[in-house]
Design a protein around this ligand. Sequence first.
Ligand SMILES: Nc1ncnc2c1ncn2[C@@H]1O[C@H](COP(=O)(O)OP(=O)(O)OP(=O)(O)O)[C@@H](O)[C@H]1O
Length: 308
Amino acid sequence: MTDAAIRIQSLSKTYADGKQALKAVDLDVPRGQIFGLLGPNGAGKSTLINILAGLVTKTAGSVSIWGFDIDAHPRNAKASIGIVPQEIVFDPFFTPFETLELFAGLYGVPKTKRRSMELLRAVHLADKADAYARTLSGGMKRRLLVAKAMVHAPPILVLDEPTAGVDIELRQQLWAYVRQLNAEGVTIVLTTHYLEEAEELCDRIAIINHGRVIANEATRTLVDMAREKVIELTLDRPIAAPPASPLFDRASVTGERVLRVTYIKNKASAADVLAAVTGAGYGIVDLSTRDGDLEDVFLNLTRTADAA
Ligand SMILES: Nc1ncnc2c1ncn2[C@@H]1O[C@H](COP(=O)(O)OP(=O)(O)OP(=O)(O)O)[C@@H](O)[C@H]1O
């Protein structure tokens, strides 16, 4: 038995029109983690998730979910994963409670083991248990989708762009629930465009671009790969134009006495930047620095991959 929650090997998908959405993807999602799948629109994330969900058939390669090969043991594989789709699709005539009961039934969960009310409470929808689904707000519907994906208590929960169209407060509630599930031992996979969110939530992040995995690292490692560092200096007197230095990647004057310099970590250090500024005759009153974030890593990696 593999210790990966999801193991993907040489996975390829070519759609009927010839579009190659996935190209020999290898990816292991470790058990117990919150794993982020990032990539620009059209990178292949939904295709990958739809293959896990059994909604799209792969062209080549193998996938196992919780140790069950999706071809050899499709039922066990399906029982091991809950998927929250990107699109909100509901039968508008069922109440949230009925929706969960219905899906528990489809998964063969016996009545005594169902926990529809508990799930509704967890996603803050207990008071809407008997409302018609069509009367729920977008955020409520999305939380109901999360509850629906958990009716059979799978060890893996996959969320495809879960926060699209969800306001900040609801997003925080959703993430709190995701964290709680993870603390209870559920492996989480999520796709998001919000890099900051991935950075905040995920233990590990894979970046997918044009159907290939171009990075798969512990979040910390990925963040460290950000090459840019920004330093903002408050000077002892007004400055009109930034001093020129080959060590600066970019420099701009952002306030009467404020200079912002971006430098590349392995080419220069903060001390180099300070020396260049004091060398130009300015005194430094204050400074702050900011590490490159995932956005920078992402842009650098996708740029490199595009050029390859
Ligand atoms: N049914 C289909 N037939 C043909 N091409 C498709 C089909 N579904 C997706 N594609 C194409 O496959 C590629 C990958 O699409 P996919 O939806 O997997 O990307 P994605 O990373 O999930 O993007 P998004 O973030 O926009 O959902 C895209 O070029 C897309 O146009």
